[in-house]
Design a binder for this molecule. Structure first.
Ligand SMILES: NC(=O)C1=CN([C@@H]2O[C@H](COP(=O)(O)OP(=O)(O)OC[C@H]3O[C@@H](n4cnc5c(N)ncnc54)[C@H](O)[C@@H]3O)[C@@H](O)[C@H]2O)C=CC1
Ligand SMILES: C[C@H](CCCC(C)(C)O)[C@H]1CC[C@H]2[C@@H]3[C@H](O)CC4=CC(=O)CC[C@]4(C)[C@H]3CC[C@]12C
Length: 369
């Protein structure tokens, strides 16, 4: 794939290319992959920003489609050299049913794999998640762990269950013969909590803080550490993996990689304050304002209300037993596997990542709904 005769010859498909991560992957590919001839962006909802990309040297093809529809996926994959599958239903708040989450995340991924096999597409990069590992339902900490750290991964929530199943499908598909007889080469990337421009939960916290007079109230002890990674670095890692898969198929095929960078380990809330603080918000309390037992009670109450109200309306607050457990469990990654296997170094320093995210939050001020 790398020789110069193939300059500007490659066709890439990015599923979920209009999502938070997907948009960064799309823009990163256009900046960092000189061999691109055509970039296909497949998503349930296409963004208007795609129009501006269509004037460049690379053919940008927007495809409105649904990963649960095998024929739509097959049509999008036909003729592609590489597929980056980021599309997924990211729902830990109970907005979608467990069946829908399974259908999109698991069946959708199976459809992508089958489409690659049928079309003769040899390289598949899958966006998995740290949630495939944990935190588990027992709340065991994962402290500075790497891809080989033993951890009891037990899930009940539909989102991590679906990501774990989908990741397994992708890894098991490595080596399958695609049309033409060559082996499929697959790889799964596991971001920790992604942040950066376009991050919906950061947006929600910002607006909540504004509504509360510039304050947010601490709910999680500062001692609980969370792994976070800048969206630009996650996108860069996808681009690099896609680029290196052919040359290093024997090493990288069937492997998982955590997505990491130099972002500091902090609690979820303290980390968010790195951006929201310079935008005028304050985190009140050095300890959680409410005792943990009360949060557990409120989370359970929210779950009950969600269930009771479901026939009438969708009640999906941030606090539920699952998000409380995740937010209260240390999960941090310390690894250099991506660096060893394909030379990954973060493209954005922590200072750059922080500045970019702050600028994005500040730009929102003018457009507060
Ligand atoms: N946001 C985070 O912190 C993390 C996200 N991930 C994974 O990264 C991937 C991208 O997540 P985000 O960008 O945060 O979410 P997102 O919701 O912003 O993006 C997902 C995209 O997939 C599209 N999509 C959903 N259902 C679809 C369907 N049936 N057919 C076609 N497209 C569909 C959506 O329209 C959206 O554009 C997901 O696979 C998620 O599991 C992994 C770790 C952390
Ligand atoms: C919503 C949580 C923060 C609010 C907690 C409360 C209500 C007590 O104040 C978020 C805390 C941790 C987040 C998750 C984490 O970053 C890992 C994730 C990985 C993914 O693949 C998807 C998203 C998420 C599950 C993320 C979701 C929000 C949190 C639970």
């Amino acid at each position: 794939m790398a020789d110069s005769a193939q300059a500007q010859k490659l066709v890439y498909l990015v599923t979920g290319g209009c999502g938070f991560l997907g948009e960064h992957v799309v823009r990163m590919l256009l900046q960092q992959e000189p061999r691109l001839r055509e970039l296909r962006i497949f998503d349930l909802h296409l963004g208007p920003w795609l129009e501006e990309l269509k004037t460049g040297p690379v053919q940008v093809t927007a495809i409105q489609g649904d990963v649960t529809q095998a024929h739509e996926v097959a049509a999008a994959v036909a003729g592609a050299h590489v597929v980056i599958h980021t599309a997924g239903l990211v729902d830990v708040f109970g907005r979608a049913s467990p069946e829908t989450i399974h259908e999109v995340n698991v069946q959708g991924t199976q459809n992508v794999i089958e489409a690659c096999v049928q079309a003769g597409t040899q390289f598949l990069v899958y966006t998995s998640s740290m949630e495939v590992v944990g935190p588990n339902i027992k709340g065991h900490p994962f402290y500075r762990g790497n891809e080989d750290t033993p951890y009891e991964a037990i899930h009940r929530h539909p989102y991590p269950c679906s990501k774990a199943l989908a990741e397994r499908l992708v890894l098991e598909a490595n080596g399958r013969k695609v049309r033409g007889g060559l082996p499929l080469v697959t790889c799964a990337l596991r971001p920790t909590g992604i942040y950066g421009e376009g991050h919906q939960i950061m947006r929600d916290f910002y607006h909540q803080g504004l509504r509360l007079g510039g304050r947010l109230f601490r709910a999680v002890p500062a001692s609980v550490e969370h792994g976070r990674v800048y969206v630009g670095n996650v996108a860069w890692m996808h681009v690099l993996v896609a680029r290196e898969l052919e040359q290093r198929a024997a090493l990288m095929g069937g492997q998982v990689y955590f997505c990491y960078d130099k972002s500091p380990y902090k609690s979820y809330e303290d980390f968010n304050m790195e951006f929201l603080g310079p935008c005028g918000l304050r985190l009140v309390g050095t300890r959680p304002l409410l005792p943990y037992w009360l949060l557990v009670f409120l989370a359970a109450l929210n779950a009950l209300l969600q269930w009771l109200l479901r026939p009438l309306l969708l009640y999906a607050p941030l606090l539920n037993p699952y998000t409380l457990a995740v937010a209260n469990t240390t999960f941090t990654v310390s690894t250099n596997k991506a660096q060893r296997h394909f030379g990954y170094e973060p493209l954005f320093s922590w200072e750059d990542s922080r500045t970019r995210t702050i600028r994005w939050v500040q730009a929102m001020e003018g457009s507060v709904q």
